[in-house]
Design a binder for this molecule. Structure first.
Ligand SMILES: O=C(O)[C@H](O)COP(=O)(O)O
Length: 248
């Protein structure tokens, strides 16, 4: 059996402050690091032996991955980073408090911005200081590929070439891989893997730092997917993520 573990980063400073983050490069909180340690311990206990890891260009995912690999004594495995695994770009919403945005525009509009498949928030201006055009880490990326905002559909379209050409084919040479990324970039991958409809993807909320295991048979067909950990705890964490975009 081939195994892929997808994991969202631990709690970030802007998760704690309940702000739209997207491509903003914020750090983990102390809780976020603890969550990553817990995930690493669990994966070690369950006998995982990752041979390759993938992550984004954002430190909350990078640090979560490093913490997990450290707990597993797997610091040495090759790690490949790609901007394509970054979070959905949240455009002009980046930096705004989610509950305050819901007070101003209503819960329904915020749900559309957060969870609809094809509605992007208003784009950043190209010369906005937050624009990826101005960030040296993306200097080798073709400008036409860099987003100033994204719907989940746009996020899926920029991730899939990397998933299909790099991550998934690496299962030919590796039995177990781990991908540390973000709430929405992972929702996009999960939508693709499970064939979830545009309508149903709205209700999938990923908790921070909970390993999500996908198992494939020798023909690379998906045969099982499950969150690892206590189901009740995971359900409560998912509900809390859903509620972040509601008025207080
Ligand atoms: O970018 C963000 O704000 C978070 O990573 C995910 O936020 P969401 O759950 O509001 O989509």
């Amino acid at each position: 059996m081939k195994k892929v573990v997808l994991i969202r980063h631990g709690e970030s400073v802007w998760n704690l402050e309940n702000r739209f983050t997207g491509w903003t490069d914020v750090d983990l909180t102390e809780t976020g690091t603890k969550e990553a340690i817990k995930a690493g311990k669990l994966l070690k206990e369950q006998g995982f032996k990752f041979e390759k890891a993938y992550t984004s260009y954002l430190k909350r995912a990078n640090k979560t991955l490093n913490t997990i690999l450290d707990q597993m004594d797997l610091d040495w495995i090759p790690v490949e980073k790609s901007w394509r695994l970054n979070e959905k770009h949240y455009g002009m919403l980046q930096g705004l408090n989610k509950a305050e945005t819901a007070e101003k525009y209503g819960d329904e509009q915020v749900l559309i911005w957060r969870r609809s498949y094809d509605v992007p928030p208003t784009a950043l201006d190209a010369d906005d200081p937050r624009s990826p055009y101005l960030d040296p880490r993306y200097k080798d990326v073709d400008k036409k590929d860099l987003p100033l905002t994204e719907s989940l559909k746009d996020t899926v379209e920029r991730i899939l070439p990397y998933w299909n050409d790099v991550i998934f084919p690496s299962l030919k040479n590796h039995d177990e891989i781990i991908v540390a990324a973000h709430g929405n970039s992972l929702r996009g991958i999960i939508k693709h893997l499970k064939g979830i409809s545009d309508a149903d993807i709205v209700s999938l909320n990923l908790p921070t730092a909970v390993p999500y295991l996908f198992e494939f048979d020798d023909n690379f067909n998906l045969v099982n997917d499950e969150f690892l950990g206590d189901p009740e705890e995971i359900k409560a964490l998912m509900d809390a993520v859903a509620n972040q975009g509601k008025k207080k």
